[in-house]
Ligand binder design. Structure first.
Ligand SMILES: O=P(O)(O)OC[C@H](O)CO
Length: 444
């Protein structure tokens, strides 16, 4: 999140300067290019949202949704578009890109529109709003909000004589169950692994937060600019070692760093326990239909002694000021406002698995649907019970995407066994230092 950034780099032409008029058609229609990173069921949900908005705007505004690849790919393309002076009017940026966006001097903060329209932002979930605020003011519109989950294959638990209503709560408990949930065929080939997850840096960020540990220094970058990452601390090394041991013992599969590959293994029913965001829940339920039951449980803790809670995940919508006309900026705001309303957020929740950002959205969801899909409740409850803490606010770092990649380097080295866990995480933390130093110099 961006909360705590000391100074905002607001786009200098702010709300009213003329800017480029190219996208305002002769017929008076304003076109808004909207870059996003949603795919599968979530892309279908974006397309529906955009179609509903366009229909409601009677041909005056047309939002054009453009899939730009993963979150990492979208922010890379966004950076290139800043250089080429061709940013989209609206862009979905993941949580960890927020500090960069605030510093970018490209965007008009959302609170400028909120103030101008006297828009009542009171329906936005308070802890989500605070995640995307600087000094209590929203810089982007929360859009897709997640928390991380433990996913379970219900029938795999039952076949092993385990109770799926009693999910493991700690890494050690996952380890014990993973052994019992690993199944081999007559030839000794493993047909089901107890555990499997992508080597995805977000999962480590979340485990540290649930352990109450800060990922970077200076109060997770909230007291002042963070100067180093701390993912080589003992709790992180413990995570790397735990994961490496599960793979080495044959109780976990290593599908590598691509989230798609780990997701495919869970959807295929070859992995009994899995860590992922609630963002993939709709796609999982659809893929498993008629084959197995997808259950969700709170994200595990590093140990029984852990006292923290996870970090809000997902992404938010940013309006670019530089190079966009007043009409485009307003049109982008109209879409952001629409997307945050109760009914669109209710559809978004059921279509994706994300937690609604609007406090009234769940009232709009059909009661029969809620009863049929209790799995969708876990992330909502987890978000509502987040402890307010510096650890679960997440690390604020201009180069957080690079830090995440470095952490993945460390985890992977430990998991495939090229380095001992402690060395792997230490080397990974060291590798990101030049990027942190040079970013901090550039914003000083
Ligand atoms: O998969 P999502 O959308 O829940 O996002 C997960 C992380 O927060 C992205 O940084």
């Amino acid at each position: 999140g961006c909360g705590g950034a000391e100074s905002g780099g607001e786009a200098s032409d702010a709300l009213n300067a003329p800017g480029a008029e190219a996208l305002n058609n002769a017929d008076g229609k304003t076109t808004v290019e909207f870059w996003h990173s949603m795919k599968g069921a979530n892309a279908t949900a974006v397309d529906k949202l955009v179609a509903d908005f366009n229909a409601a705007n009677g041909g005056k505004i047309e939002v054009k949704a453009v899939y730009q690849g993963s979150y990492d790919e979208t922010i890379a393309k966004y950076k290139a578009s800043v250089q080429q002076k061709s940013t989209p009017a609206l862009v979905q940026v993941y949580d960890i890109g927020s500090r960069f966006m605030v510093d970018s001097k490209q965007v008009v903060p959302m609170h400028r529109f909120i103030e101008k329209d006297k828009f009542d932002a009171g329906d936005i979930e308070p802890n989500i709003a605070s995640y995307y605020s600087v000094d209590g003011k929203l810089w982007s519109m929360p859009f897709n909000t997640s928390t991380p989950l433990l996913y379970l294959n219900k029938e795999a638990f039952e076949s092993a004589g385990l109770d799926p209503t009693k999910p493991p709560k700690t890494l050690a408990e996952i380890g014990e169950l993973a052994k019992k949930l690993t199944v081999k065929d007559a030839s000794g080939k493993t047909t089901q692994f107890g555990f499997g997850a992508a080597i995805y840096g977000w999962l480590l960020e979340q485990l540290l937060a649930t352990d109450g540990k800060e990922y970077c220094d200076n109060g997770n970058g909230r007291e002042k600019l963070a100067t180093r990452v701390q993912f080589d601390q003992p709790a992180a090394v413990q995570v790397a070692q735990w994961w490496a041991d599960l793979v080495r013992n044959g109780y976990a599969t290593n599908t590598g760093r691509k989230t798609d590959d780990a997701q495919a293994a869970f959807k295929a029913g070859t992995v009994a326990m899995h860590l992922e965001s609630t963002s993939v829940l709709r796609g999982y339920v659809d893929a498993a239909a008629g084959k197995f039951t997808v259950l969700t449980a709170p994200y595990p803790k590093v140990s029984d002694a852990s006292t923290g809670g996870p970090i809000i995940g997902g992404a938010s919508l940013w309006i670019n000021g530089v190079g966009h006309s007043a009409a485009e900026k307003r049109a982008a705001w109209e879409f952001a406002k629409f997307s945050a309303d109760a009914t669109p957020q209710a559809q978004w929740h059921t279509g994706t698995g994300y937690v609604p950002i609007n406090v009234r959205a769940l009232d709009q969801v059909d009661k029969a649907w809620v009863t049929k899909y209790p799995q969708f409740r876990t992330a909502v409850d987890q978000l509502h019970s987040l402890p307010p803490s510096v650890a679960s606010a997440g690390c604020l770092l201009g180069v957080m995407p690079q830090a995440r990649k470095a952490a993945e380097d460390g985890l992977e080295a430990a998991i495939v066994g090229t380095k001992p866990a402690e060395q792997a995480m230490k080397d990974a933390a060291t590798s990101v230092q030049p990027a942190i130093d040079s970013y901090n110099k550039s914003v000083a």
